[in-house]
Design a protein around this ligand. Structure first.
Ligand SMILES: [Zn+2]
Length: 327
């Protein structure tokens, strides 16, 4: 059969000519396709999108919008934005990046009347300070005693190093590595964390374990923006044993969603990546209203053109935008 086939082709006198014509047509087609598709398009060298524009998702004519229809614009926030904000994850694997300047206030100077603070040297970020007053005022208002003593807030790197060294000296290096965060790996560096202990009216003190009248705090703290950061069963993820006295501020919407889903911050940061800016957003109903949140990789965020919103880095690989939808 193959012999016949070759023979037949050889008998075609116009084959070479046909091939030449086809080659010419192909060359013409390639030339034509390389030209701008529309006469209105400028030469391709000037229409090549900038790297940031290329990230535009294919939604409603290349625009990103909230679920309620508010258009969002892309903003480059700079690398530091990745490591700043209420949702940053800090643990022994994801270290805190100390900024040039960290805004802190003294709890002693700012606190409301319903609780104590260890001394004048306990500091917090202003947003956490306000939320601490909100939480402990609410605890008192529903009948809680004046007995909470805030014994830890912000810690700098040197302080954490001293804590680690003391623990290692007293109990050995292994023990210190298991129970004390390394310098840079303590969530206390963020200024978004408090540790409670108990100071009774008769002067006695004790550990805060979140039981008895204090169970109200651990069960309701999310309504004031706080989470019980280290819970039983999450040790493998957080690297820290159950600590009912350690509270982390993440803001009301995210604290509510973390509590509702029973997630630690390590898990929650992963969850948020499943709600990208150009996909379905996460809707959160909480005591402060209805919110929408989405994840943007890198240091640029799609933020609403109007309304109430905030943005936080996750301290790993991107930003989370949180937008108020309704009161
Ligand atoms: Zn702590």
């Amino acid at each position: 059969m193959s012999k016949n086939y070759r023979g037949r082709r050889r008998k075609h006198p116009s084959l070479t000519l046909t091939l030449l014509v086809l080659a010419a047509l192909a060359a013409g087609a390639v030339f034509f396709l390389r030209r701008p598709v529309s006469p209105l398009s400028p030469p391709s060298s000037t229409v090549r999108p900038l790297p940031d524009e290329r990230a535009d998702p294919p939604l409603s004519g290349g625009r990103v919008a909230t679920a309620s229809g508010v258009p969002c614009s892309r903003r480059e926030l700079g690398e530091e934005a990745l490591y700043t904000g209420e949702l940053i994850l800090v643990n022994n694997e994801v270290l805190y990046r100390f900024p040039q300047e960290q805004k802190l206030v003294s709890i002693y100077e700012e606190k409301s009347e319903g609780y104590y603070v260890r001394d004048m040297e306990v500091f917090l970020s202003p947003v956490a300070m306000e939320a601490l007053n909100d939480l402990l005022d609410a605890f008192r208002a529903q009948g809680g005693s004046k007995s909470i003593n805030v014994v830890a807030g912000y810690r700098d790197r040197d302080y954490q190093q001293r804590l680690f060294d003391q623990s290692a000296q007293r109990n050995g290096q292994d023990h210190a590595e298991k129970y004390v965060a390394q310098p840079g790996g303590s969530e206390h560096h963020t200024g978004l964390v408090v540790d409670f202990s108990i100071l009774n009216a008769n002067g006695s003190s004790g550990d805060y374990n979140g039981s008895g009248e204090y169970a109200w705090i651990n069960e309701n703290c999310q309504d004031y923006g706080w989470v019980v950061r280290y819970q039983e069963g999450k040790e493998a993820l957080t690297g820290i044993w159950d600590e009912p006295w350690h509270f982390r501020y993440v803001g009301v919407p995210h604290a509510t969603e973390m509590a509702r889903r029973g997630l630690c911050l390590e898990e929650y940061i992963d969850l948020l990546r499943q709600y990208p800016y150009d996909g379905e957003h996460l809707t959160i109903e909480c005591a402060a209203g209805t919110y929408e949140a989405w994840y943007c990789p890198g240091s640029a965020a799609y933020v609403p053109d109007s309304g109430e919103w905030s943005v936080s880095g996750n301290n790993v690989d991107g930003l989370v935008v949180t937008c108020k939808v309704s009161a």
